[in-house]
Design a protein around this ligand. Structure first.
Ligand code: ADP
Ligand code: MG
Length: 268
């Protein structure tokens, strides 16, 4: 008998089930300190995957190992079909890594920096088009030190896109930003995902993880203690009898702040 094809379901299934990153039994020791204790997880193509956890949990270490920027102690990592031990150069070509703008050449303006990075990646690049994507066209001739916090973050995200990566890694991209700049960055990250790029992000903001991430892994002391969609995690907690100690109001202080100050960016 011919198998019945259900295109809608099949394509949905393919989108959420093709593994683009697989991490198996990852261990990282710093001397005698066991920072990452044998974690395993998969990231699906096209999702926004969050790594959450208190400071020191091992998030940045895990991210930097996947980015080929840090060595691992043991474990196996596959990224888009490439084994990290055997083909780190192939992996570097298909990933975008966010760098701190403080490390950028201070004398160069945004266009010059993008051209410089394009040259390093050996990629033809259109600086104005890239700056338009992150809403920084009017800062093209400015230097990074002249940008606000949110603008700096948008610029550093722009630099991750220069080599048209299949996957980007963002380590706390919204830390220290005001609520408007944070929302603006969420839109940018969603847009990047909509263009087909898989996003791995760390954050300390739970509302952000809930809004943005398809699935999250919660790390604590070098282990993954939970991995699921935010929705399912919340449902499971509630099903277990959890109740908030206080009456939940229909809005929170952040809603008040946004209502009073608006959603528009101020820094431009
Ligand atoms: P997170 O990003 O979750 O805050 P990190 O991956 O930065 O956590 O750090 C995990 C643990 O490893 C922390 O206890 C940290 O102090 C330690 N650590 C990180 N980098 C180094 C290093 N280069 N040398 C020694 N210890 C480190
Ligand atoms: Mg960190």
């Amino acid at each position: 008998m011919e198998p019945e094809l259900i295109p809608g379901k099949a394509s949905t299934w393919i989108i959420m089930s093709k593994t683009i990153i697989s991490v198996k039994n990852l261990v990282k020791n710093y001397g005698s300190f066991n920072a990452v204790k044998g974690i395993s997880f998969e990231v699906y193509e096209g999702e926004i995957f969050g790594l959450l956890g208190p400071n020191g949990a091992g998030k940045s270490t895990t991210l930097e190992i996947m980015e080929t920027l840090r060595s691992k102690t043991s474990g196996e990592i596959m990224i888009d079909g490439f084994n990290l031990d055997k083909h780190p150069e192939d992996i570097k070509r298909i990933i975008g890594v966010q760098l701190q703008t403080s490390g950028f050449y201070p004398g160069l303006n945004l266009v010059e920096l993008i051209n410089l990075f394009g040259g390093l990646y050996n990629q033809p690049v259109n600086p104005m088009e890239l700056l338009r994507k992150v809403n920084l066209e009017d800062k093209a001739k400015n230097k990074t030190k002249e940008l606000s916090g949110g603008q700096k973050q948008r610029f550093s995200i722009a630099t991750t896109l220069i080599n048209r990566p299949r996957i980007i890694f963002l380590d706390e991209p919204t830390t220290g930003l005001d609520p408007q700049a944070r929302r603006n960055l969420w839109d940018l990250i969603r847009e990047i995902r909509a263009n087909g790029t898989t996003v791995i992000i760390t954050t300390h903001y739970m509302d952000e993880a809930e809004q943005l991430c398809n699935r999250i892994a919660i790390m604590d002391e070098g282990k993954i203690i939970k991995l699921d969609s935010p929705d399912r995690m919340i449902d499971e907690l509630v099903a277990g009898g959890f109740e908030r100690p206080k009456q939940v109001k229909a809005a929170n202080l952040e809603d008040v702040f946004i209502h009073l100050t608006g959603r528009e960016m101020r820094e431009e």
